[in-house]
Design a protein around this ligand. Structure first.
Ligand SMILES: Nc1nc2c(ncn2[C@@H]2O[C@H](COP(=O)(O)OP(=O)(O)O)[C@@H](O)[C@H]2O)c(=O)[nH]1
Ligand SMILES: [Mg+2]
Length: 279
């Protein structure tokens, strides 16, 4: 038994004896990561309309996910490398169904799948264009704090599965109290949090510098230490920003997924142990 699985077995034992159920989703997330070929989740989190789905489309180089001016993403959606484009819906009752890529919108969009009446638990999209990120799973989450409570709950329930976290914050509405609370909550599950200041094209370069300094300061006040904050935009003219972010934040992570998996698992187990001590 590895040191990590032994620590987890101990925690499970304590939680079972003390009837601590709140930590079960975190334990399950750790158990998934114990396997040496487990994919590492890169969660894209943040308020609705922050630009999460647009960011992932830009990363994939294609419009795989619906985006829009009203809350759009209703179901957790995973994007990962596959030799051929595929899309699969996993339903809440355990059934799976292969669908066309163009059909993803019927499940993921709040408008076409209101309150998730189709009963989808997850949509998985495999894309050849993600070849640079083998072993990573990028997770598009329904936005927080929209008028749709079920969307917020879906995302918060999923949070323990976070590996690396990208917190999308729109540059023109920089950092609310909810964003800060999300960052603190995500810290329980992730050793690597990066703030993505989206829609940077909407600000002048002077404004952008001011907003970057403000966000860095506020996150530091709350979390302590330095958290990376990168400006980002999907616009053609902002390719240098995208290259900086991908080169500095994503490439080092995806170049050594095995090391990232170990770091993430260690962080999660430490965090659970701390939570057990205080509960
Ligand atoms: N100007 C600009 N608009 C963006 C950018 N990224 C997203 N948007 C717009 O913001 C809105 C919300 O985007 P979406 O990706 O659906 O946000 P999500 O709810 O966080 O997934 C859409 O109308 C997008 O076109 C960006 O970099 N620049
Ligand atoms: Mg979305």
């Amino acid at each position: 038994m590895s040191a990590e699985s032994e620590r987890l077995a101990n925690i499970k034992d304590i939680c079972a004896r003390l009837h601590i159920t709140a930590i079960v989703p975190q334990i399950n997330a750790c158990e998934k990561l114990l396997s040496a070929d487990a994919a590492v989740n890169v969660a894209v989190l943040g308020k609705f309309k922050a630009g999460k789905s647009s960011f992932l489309n830009s990363l994939a180089g294609q419009d795989a996910l619906p985006t829009g001016a009203v809350p759009v993403t209703a179901v957790i959606t995973e994007l990962f490398w596959a030799p051929e484009a595929t899309a699969v819906v996993k339903y809440l009752d355990g059934k799976k169904e292969k669908i066309a890529l163009a059909g993803v919108v019927n499940y993921v969009s709040e408008e076409l799948n209101p309150k998730n009446r189709r009963g989808a638990a997850l949509v998985e999209i495999g894309l050849p264009s993600l070849a640079a990120y083998k072993g990573a799973r990028f997770i598009d989450t329904p936005g927080l704090n929209s008028a749709l409570r079920h969307n917020t709950e879906t995302s918060l329930d999923w949070l323990p599965n976070t590996g690396m976290a990208l917190i999308a914050v729109s540059a023109d509405a920089p950092l609310s109290e909810q964003d800060l609370e999300l960052i603190v909550e995500t810290r329980k599950h992730s050793p690597q949090i990066v703030v993505l200041l989206t829609k940077a094209d909407r600000l002048s370069s002077v404004e952008l510098e001011q907003v970057l300094a403000f966000v860095r300061l506020k996150v530091k006040e709350r979390l302590g230490g330095e958290t990376a904050v990168f400006p980002f935009s999907i616009k053609e003219e902002c390719s240098a920003l995208r290259a900086d972010f991908l080169g500095q934040a994503v490439a080092p992570f995806s170049a050594d997924i095995a090391a990232a998996r170990v770091r993430i698992l260690d962080h999660k187990i430490n965090s659970i142990e701390r939570q057990c001590l205080v509960s």
